[in-house]
Design a protein around this ligand. Structure first.
Ligand SMILES: CC(C)(COP(=O)(O)OP(=O)(O)OC[C@H]1O[C@@H](n2cnc3c(N)ncnc32)[C@H](O)[C@@H]1OP(=O)(O)O)[C@@H](O)C(=O)NCCC(=O)NCCS
Length: 199
C-alpha cells in the first residue's frame, strides 16, 4: 500500500511530537540538541491539536504516521487561546530557569514564557498559519504537496483570506518548497522568514 493522507486521530499526539523533534533542526533531526524530547512538540504541535484538530492532517505509510500538517484559520484567536488555555500549565511545568539560558531547551522555555506574536500587518492579510513536517522516509514523494493542498482547502473553506508561516533561513529546502507552493516572502528577520499566500 502506498502512503496516503488522512485526518489526525486522537491518540496520535506522541508520534506527532516525535516527528516534530526529528525534523526540528531546520528540517533535520533535533533530538541531539534537546534534553527534553517533548518541549518542541509542546510549542509547535500540542496547541494546534487541541485548538484546531479539524485542521490537523497526517501522512501515513505501511509503518504508520510519518508526517503532519497543522493549521489554524485565525492566528490572533489562536494566540489568545494559547494565552488562556495552553501556556499557563506549561509555564508551571517549565519555569524560566528549567534549562541553561544559552541551551536550545532554554530558548524554547523562553518562548513558552514570552511567545512570539504574529505581526498585525501579516495577520490582517494572512490570518491563518501552518506547520508541516515529514520524516525523511515520506519526503520527496508528493506528500508535502498533498498535505499542503488539503490543509489550504480546509482553511479556505472557513473563509480565511490568506495564510502565513515562519521558516528558518537555514532551511533552504523548505523555502524552495513553499515558493513552489505559491508562498512569497513577506517579512525578513536575521534567522527566519515569514512567507504567505492568498487562500
Ligand atoms: C519541506 C517538506 C514539507 C516538503 O515536502 P515533500 O513531501 O518533501 O515535497 P513534495 O515531494 O510534496 O514536493 C512538492 C512539490 O514541491 C517541489 N519542491 C520540493 N522541494 C522543493 C525545493 N526545495 N525547491 C523547489 N521545489 C521544491 C517538488 O518538486 C514538488 O513539485 P511538483 O508537485 O510540482 O512536482 C518536507 O521535505 C519536510 O517535511 N522536510 C523536513 C521538515 C521541514 O523542513 N519542515 C518545514 C519546517 S518550516
Amino acid at each position: 500500500m502506498g502512503a496516503k493522507i488522512r485526518k489526525y486521530q486522537p491518540g496520535e499526539e506522541q508520534v506527532l511530537y516525535d516527528i516534530c523533534l526529528l525534523t526540528g533542526d531546520s528540517g533535520a533531526d533535533a533530538s541531539g540538541l534537546h534534553q527534553d524530547p517533548a518541549l518542541l512538540g509542546e510549542v509547535y504541535v500540542g496547541p494546534y491539536l487541541r485548538f484546531a484538530p479539524e485542521h490537523a492532517l497526517v501522512g501515513v505509510d505501511d509503518d504508520g504516521v510519518a508526517g503532519y500538517v497543522l493549521g489554524v484559520p485565525d492566528t490572533v484567536a489562536f494566540e489568545a487561546w494559547c494565552e488562556r488555555s495552553w501556556w499557563p500549565d506549561l509555564r508551571v511545568r517549565y519555569p524560566l530557569d528549567s534549562f541553561p539560558a544559552d541551551s536550545p531547551d532554554g530558548g524554547i522555555v523562553r518562548l513558552i514564557h514570552n511567545p512570539a506574536v504574529a505581526s498585525p500587518d501579516v495577520v490582517e492579510r494572512y490570518p491563518a498559519h501552518l506547520h508541516i513536517d515529514l520524516l525523511p522516509r515520506l519526503q520527496s514523494q508528493g506528500m508535502g504537496r498533498k498535505l499542503m493542498t488539503a490543509l489550504l482547502d480546509g482553511l479556505a473553506a472557513t473563509g480565511a483570506p490568506g495564510i502565513h508561516l515562519g521558516v528558518s533561513t537555514a532551511n533552504q529546502r523548505a523555502i524552495g518548497f513553499y515558493r513552489h507552493m505559491g508562498f512569497t516572502e513577506v517579512e525578513t528577520y536575521t534567522h527566519s522568514l515569514v512567507m504567505a499566500r492568498a487562500l
